[in-house]
Ligand binder design. Sequence first.
Ligand code: ACO
Length: 329
Amino acid sequence: MKRPFAMLAATGHAVPKRVLRNDEFVGMGIDTSDEWIRERTGIRERHIAGEGETLTSISAEAARLAMKRAGVTASELDVIILGTASPDRLLPATAVEIQAALGATRAVAFDIDAACSGWLYGIQIAEGLLATGGYETILVIGGEQLSRIVNWKDRNTCVLFGDGAGATILKKSTKGRGILSAYMRSDGTLADLLHRPKGGCLAPVTPEIIADGSHLLTMAGREVFKNAVRSMADASDRALDGAKLSAADIDLMIPHQANIRIIEATAKHANIPMEKVYVNVDRFGNTSAASIPIALSEAQEQGLIKEGSTVMFVAFGAGFTWGSMVVRF
Ligand code: ACO
């Protein structure tokens, strides 16, 4: 496979209607403040799914927008890949529910769990599938309903996350556009720093587990922070090396939106000025696998990415998983 082989034809996004502002946590009995959350994370508000808003419905909405923008119909989809850590049900995969919602009868659909790196992994898997020659049009979604798996009594985590979905149509490259370099890594020795300790087959749900909340997301924030900064710095180097480009060649950087301080550290390491870094963590919080495609969709809506623009993506998440990509649009 000679790159660019696959291009990101179009991206769309969708988020739940309900906006939860930082100051609302105090009224929910959580010992925190708008000031603490803004200063330590850069987050002001996030979207939280309400009644009837599911991962399937939000993802399908994002997918429909991406398909409209790409001029693709549901029957043209060959593959649907959903990156998520918060599926609607543990079985079957939520991707097949999205397939049914879209009426994408010809597609093969499956989930991947790479936490915040899910969309980035999905795009790289899709590129490989396109290269087999057996598929033409692939839908890659990053979608989450993290509000359903956070512990609303744990101030260390509940203020950080939000819900939403971003969806991208991948096709074979034309006119030299597409993925110039791609990189993926993981390190399972650090899995316990960000995980849901119980509730899986290792420790099936019991009333005790539900009472102590150990089926919910728990995180060693400071350790995750340090690893995120280190891994995203490494990933940005790899992406540039792989594309044989320098920081000056990058028109826009779209990093995973977890914390403004991680974003700034990554940009500083990569030598990319903050004016060239897309930031929306203030409005959405950390939407895990959805964060990069939501940001990409917004950046395109705002005209920040033109034909010929070179964009760098960098992700990091639970696992740990991390990766990067340079794409010419
Ligand atoms: N409000 C007020 N105080 C708080 C809050 C809160 N919401 N949360 C924590 N604190 C307190 C802590 O209890 C601690 O108090 P102590 O010193 O009395 O013990 C103090 O603030 C400092 O806590 P730290 O955890 O050291 O704070 P830090 O500056 O590291 O910020 C944060 C915490 C925001 C979680 C940061 O570590 C972070 O962003 N980590 C990375 C998260 C991330 O990138 N995740 C990516 C992957 S997510 C995924 O894959 C799903």
